[in-house]
Design a protein around this ligand. Structure first.
Ligand code: G4P
Length: 529
């Protein structure tokens, strides 16, 4: 029964890495690819990471050949499983796409810098995972450097994230004294060798003398005592609780020294979930699509400008949810009813991209198109399935936008609407006044936007400071929302789908009004329907 959609989906592990810049995402990605046998030498991903770090290079790349398209998803086969690693752009290119990518992932690896613990961007991304109940594996990185006390790190996970940490390993020292880790389940010791090129020795049993080759008596006692204490103090790893998003297995390691990476890959293979059944709407009824269903279906979670900015050529990233996709197949968009032959789908293998001959639930393929496909589009063979819209996330930066030539104001409106529909930025139309307010979760999106408005719409725009700093979608009964709106008209706006939005001057103001209007909810996300 191999190669059936169900069997193929069952061997998929589609995951993303969430982390704060500099925690080691790029290094870990590279070492996962190395562990998975997808690349042969260190340095291949690194080079790309370096490029992306400098904004000017990044913009140039963006203009010339699309946004690091080949790094958006990387696929590799290992141990009979097919891993799809989705890139969640960080640094300056942190954007709504970063969040939306998580809607296409079935699991996430949270990378923490052992010296820093949970940092702001990790927390933001974690919240999106929680919203979608995405199971998380924690990798505490940089153990080869001076680290915080591992108990304190676990405690931070428990208190800041309300997530039960279940260490699968326990480190012996850190920094210059880092010696390896105890495998708590196998009761073995995995020695660390700081000289990466020599490789790390294989695990030895914990209860014999072999350990003494790696740990002196004091180190051994400390590691064993820590291991005992942590097992008493934490709940044992429960795969069910992990799948439900209540518990995170914890692995310690050093991505740079390729330590703990094989264990991470093995943990993902053993416990991360294959694609699940997904809720859809079909003919006005709610039903479910299972990965093994014969009909090919999926949704677009990201659209990127392609090679040539003069042509409206784009790559839509399509996450499959069911069926067996074959090259040349016709897919229909539920929203527009348009049918397209997918003749040149791209699958992103670690080192390069190749044409996808076939793909299954969990896989992501790139579909080149001329702007027909939008973020959130549902595609299937019959065109009758509709996935719940991808959420919009409250922007973190708001700007007022004006066009230099006032005669082009109408033109600007259309252009802004186009970009908002594509999911590049969000557009808010204040109820009073004629300015538009645009929102994004990352600064770079404004530059991308200005660039595209210039190139594609010949509009020279100016972004100005906005009096508003936060946006929240309003929830509640029509009467309650109306009651709120009537007293806050100067701060009311509507989004691209005409949903009411409250624009606040600060986060403090949101708390203030939320207390006074308990019947109205102020939401950070909105599912686009
Ligand atoms: P990011 O993608 O999350 O932003 O992080 P990235 O992998 O680029 O790593 C950030 C820095 O941390 C890099 O150093 C990298 O070498 C280092 N690093 C990553 N993992 C480890 C680890 O396990 N141990 C140690 N000691 N360092 C680690 P850099 O100085 O910024 O760059 P480079 O000069 O090394 O290239």
């Amino acid at each position: 029964m191999s190669n059936t959609p169900a069997a193929e989906a069952a061997r998929r592990r589609t995951f993303a890495i969430i982390s704060h810049p500099d925690a080691g995402k790029t290094t870990l990605t590279e070492n996962l690819l190395l562990a998975g046998g997808a690349i042969r030498a260190a340095g291949q991903v690194r080079a790309r990471g370096e490029n992306r770090r400098t904004r000017s290079d990044w913009m140039k790349i963006e203009r010339e050949r699309g946004i690091s398209v080949s790094a958006s998803v990387m696929t590799f086969d290992h141990d009979g499983l097919m891993f799809n690693l989705l890139d969640t752009p960080g640094h300056e290119d942190f954007s709504e796409d970063t969040y939306r990518t998580l809607t296409a992932a079935d699991a996430a690896v949270m990378v923490l810098d052992a010296a820093k613990g949970i940092e702001p961007q990790t927390l933001k991304l974690f919240e999106v995972c929680r919203l979608r109940d995405i199971p998380i594996v924690t990798f505490i990185n940089k153990m080869d450097r001076e680290a915080q006390d591992p108990f304190a790190l676990l405690d931070e996970i428990a208190t800041k994230l309300q997530l039960d940490p279940a260490p699968l390993y326990w480190p012996a020292g850190s920094g210059g004294r880092f010696k390896g880790m105890i495998d708590l389940r196998a009761q073995t010791f995995i020695p660390y060798n700081r000289n990466r090129d020599e490789g790390h020795d294989p695990a030895v049993p914990l209860n014999g003398n072999a350990v003494d080759r790696y740990l002196d008596p004091a180190e051994r006692e400390e590691a064993e005592e820590g291991a005992m204490l942590v097992q008493e103090a934490s709940k044992p790893f429960d795969p069910e609780a992990f799948l439900e998003g209540h518990m995170t297995p914890v692995i310690f390691g050093s991505a740079l020294r390729h330590f703990g990476v094989d264990e991470l890959l093995a943990t993902l293979g053993a416990f991360a979930p294959p694609p699940k059944a997904v809720k859809v709407e079909k003919g006005g009824q709610t039903s479910e699509v299972s990965p093994g269903d014969p009909e090919v279906s999926g949704f677009v979670f990201k659209v990127q400008a392609n090679m040539d900015p003069n042509h409206r050529d784009r790559i839509a990233f399509f996450r499959l949810t069911s069926g067996k996709f074959q090259r040349g197949m016709k897919l229909k968009s539920q929203g527009t009813g348009k049918q397209m032959s997918v003749n040149a789908p791209i699958m992103f293998f670690a080192s390069d991209r190749e044409l996808a001959e076939e793909a299954f639930a969990g896989d992501v393929i790139g579909i080149p198109n001329h702007g027909v496909l939008r973020v959130g589009d549902s595609l299937s063979e019959t065109g009758t399935l509709r996935f719940a819209g991808l959420p919009n996330f409250a922007p973190e930066i708001l700007r007022r936008v004006r066009v230099r030539d006032p005669l082009k104001a109408k033109h600007l409106k259309k252009a802004l609407e186009g970009l908002a529909e594509e999911g590049v930025t969000q557009l808010f139309r204040p109820e009073l006044g004629s300015d538009f307010v645009v929102g994004a979760v990352g600064q770079l999106q404004f530059e991308v936007m200005a660039d595209r408005l210039g190139n594609e719409y010949a509009l020279d725009v100016i972004f100005e400071a906005s009096p508003f700093a936060e946006a929240r979608w309003l929830g509640g009964t029509d009467a309650d929302i109306e009651n709120f709106r009537s007293t806050h008209r100067t701060a009311m706006a509507s989004d691209i789908d005409n949903s009411p939005v409250f624009l606040a001057k600060s986060a403090w103001e949101i708390n203030y009004v939320a207390e006074r209007y308990p019947k109205v909810s102020f939401q950070r996300t909105r599912e686009r329907g």
